[in-house]
Design a protein around this ligand. Structure first.
Ligand code: ZN
Length: 57
């Protein structure tokens, strides 16, 4: 299935068995999103950076 990037409106491919909490990356702008909701119609995303985890260097 597919969803839209919130930032650049590009198509993001998702596995059929996507689960809440899964991290997906927009192939167009490179932003990371976390799957926040899964419904039969599709999924909702939120920006992964809002989680506040710091993977910094
Ligand atoms: Zn994007």
């Amino acid at each position: 299935m597919k969803t839209k990037c919130l930032e650049c409106d590009g198509d993001i491919e998702l596995p059929e068995d996507a689960i809440v909490g899964e991290i997906v990356t927009c192939p167009d702008c490179g932003l990371d999103y976390e799957v926040s909701k899964v419904t039969p119609k599709g999924v909702s995303l939120k920006k992964a950076e809002e989680i506040g985890e710091d993977w910094g260097e």
